[in-house]
Each structure stands twice: as structure tokens, then as C-alpha cells.
Design a protein around this ligand. Structure first.
Ligand code: 48H
Length: 263
């Protein structure tokens, strides 16, 4: 008889392996040090830096794919631009790029995005993809202490056929890296705990510095990173360039470590 290429493992074993490993990890991350909402460039960068420092971190992402807007550089063209000193992150990740000017660099979206995702996974970050952030867990003095989540398909279906309650994950610090939506900050806004200004018109040379400078704790237990910072504080948008997203993610991680060390 001809020798088989693959070892024996049938359907029931495959299903059991998926269910038990998913349940084991989900159970482990019901309690964590940091939950990041949004797997775009700022969220991935923050997660990578935190996990490298041994922080137990999970990223919640409503899409199946990770990377947010980092695959595409603007107008459906898959070239990413980065202004100095953002290219230092590309160097760290081993992403090739070309120089478009003394302070401007261009990389391939798929190459940069896949390397950032891989580096984040390698650092030890776990992901709950196809999972949508719905609400915050609040504790004394309205400190953010976790997130309320549901499956993306459940939320996408009409209410009358999906009356499915969400579940909650507890954590020590939440990072809102949901891009233009600023979904977590907006939830606090709905309760009168934050004022959401909405992002302003484009002005790249002002915007990128401001986004990095304003990255920080916006409310006890909540750090805001990336484009969500512009939405929260009414800063100008920067258009299709990503240096500020990467550096804002780094700063969010640094502030996250400070918040965690005080708890
Ligand atoms: C779960 C959610 C939810 C939710 C959103 O948009 P992103 O790439 O975010 P940033 O801030 O890391 O990068 C912004 C950049 O891509 C960009 O758009 C720029 C620079 N624009 C400038 C301009 O002028 O327009 O990623 C955010 C991620 C996405 O993957 C969303 O799917 C996810 O967050 N997300 N995940 N639950 N409620 N809301």
C-alpha cells in the first residue's frame, strides 16, 4: 500500500483541537493587563511594544483581517508614505523603502503591514478578530476596567433575529486605537465623561506632531492612540501618511507601562 503523506487526524479531532484551544486562550484573556481596541498601525505598534515588555495584551478587531488602513496608502494605491523619523520603525521591522525626498519615504503596503502584524504576534500579543467593541466596563469613579464585546456577524445582523447579549473582558488599561471612529472614547462621550471634538481638515505638517503629542490617558484607564487622537481632540487629519500612527502607538505603549506601574 502506498504510504500516506499526512499523519492520521480526522474531522472530530480537528474540531476538538479548534474548540479547546480557542476556549483555553479566551478563558486566559478574560483578564489581562491591557486590551487594545483596533488592529491598525497604532494598535499593532502599541501591542508589540507592550508585549515585548511582558505585558499580557489582547487586541480586539472587528474585521477578520488585521492591519486597518496600513495595507493601502491612499486612493487604492498600495504604497505607504512615512515622514522622518517614522522610517526608523521600518528599519526596526526590516521593511524595505525608497527615499522620495530628504524627509519622505515610501514602502510597499503589503510588506510593511504583514511585517508589523508578524512582529506583533511574535511579541506575544493575542487577537480577538471578528469581534466588535460594544461598550466599556466601568468601576469606581468611572475608571475604565474592561470592554464589552460581541461577534461582528452578530452585530451586523438585524436586531430582531440576533438578540444575543455580549460578554465582557476585564483589564487594567484599555487603548482606543480604532482610527477615525474613536469607538471607545465615543462611548465615554455618550455618557458625558469625555467631549469628542471630531477630527479637523487636512494639514499634515501640523497634524502628525500634534497626534503624537496628544497621545495619552484621556480618562482613567483609557489611553487614546493613532487617528482616534485627532477625532477626540479635533486635531487636523494627516491624510495617507503613517509615521504619526507608528510613533503614537509607541507613545501609547510607554504611557501604558507608566499607568500599569502605578496600579
Ligand atoms: C473593533 C474596531 C472598532 C470597534 C474600529 O483606521 P486604523 O488603521 O487606525 P490607526 O489610527 O491605527 O491608523 C489610521 C490610519 O490607517 C489612517 O486611516 C490615517 C492615517 N488617516 C489619515 C486621514 O486623514 O484620514 O485601524 C483601526 C482599526 C480598524 O482595523 C477597524 O476595523 C478597528 O480599528 N475598529 N474594532 N471594534 N468598535 N472600530
Amino acid at each position: 500500500m502506498k504510504e500516506k503523506i499526512f499523519g492520521a487526524a480526522d474531522e472530530k479531532e480537528i474540531t476538538r483541537a479548534i474548540v479547546s484551544e480557542f476556549a483555553r486562550q479566551f478563558e486566559e484573556y478574560v483578564e489581562s493587563d491591557c486590551i487594545i481596541v483596533g488592529a491598525g498601525p497604532s494598535g499593532l505598534m502599541a501591542g508589540r511594544m507592550l508585549a515585548e515588555q511582558g505585558v499580557k495584551t489582547i487586541i480586539i478587531e472587528r474585521n477578520n483581517y488585521l492591519g486597518g488602513g496600513f495595507w493601502i496608502g491612499g486612493y487604492l494605491m498600495n504604497k505607504l508614505t512615512i515622514r522622518r523619523p517614522g522610517q526608523e520603525v521600518l528599519d526596526e521591522l526590516g521593511v524595505p523603502y525608497v527615499e522620495a525626498g530628504p524627509n519622505l519615504f515610501v514602502a510597499d503596503g503589503p510588506h510593511a503591514c504583514s511585517k508589523l502584524i508578524a512582529a506583533t504576534c511574535d511579541a506575544g500579543v493575542k487577537f480577538a478578530n471578528m469581534t466588535v467593541f460594544e461598550d466599556v466596563v466601568l468601576r469606581e469613579e468611572n475608571r475604565v476596567a474592561g470592554v464589552v464585546i460581541n461577534w461582528t456577524p452578530v452585530q451586523a445582523l438585524p436586531r430582531q433575529i440576533t438578540c444575543v447579549d455580549p460578554v465582557a473582558l476585564q483589564t487594567k488599561v484599555v487603548i482606543d486605537a480604532t482610527g477615525h471612529d474613536a469607538s471607545v472614547a465615543k462611548k465615554l462621550g455618550q455618557r458625558g465623561l469625555l467631549k469628542i471634538a471630531g477630527y479637523g481638515g487636512m494639514w499634515v505638517e501640523r497634524s502628525e506632531d500634534l497626534v503624537v503629542e496628544h497621545t495619552g490617558q484621556a480618562h482613567p484607564g483609557l489611553i487614546v492612540a493613532g487617528m482616534a487622537v485627532s477625532t477626540l481632540y479635533g486635531l487636523p487629519r494627516m491624510g495617507p501618511t503613517f509615521g504619526a500612527m507608528l510613533l503614537s502607538g509607541k507613545r501609547a505603549a510607554k504611557i501604558g507601562l507608566q499607568v500599569l506601574s502605578r496600579r
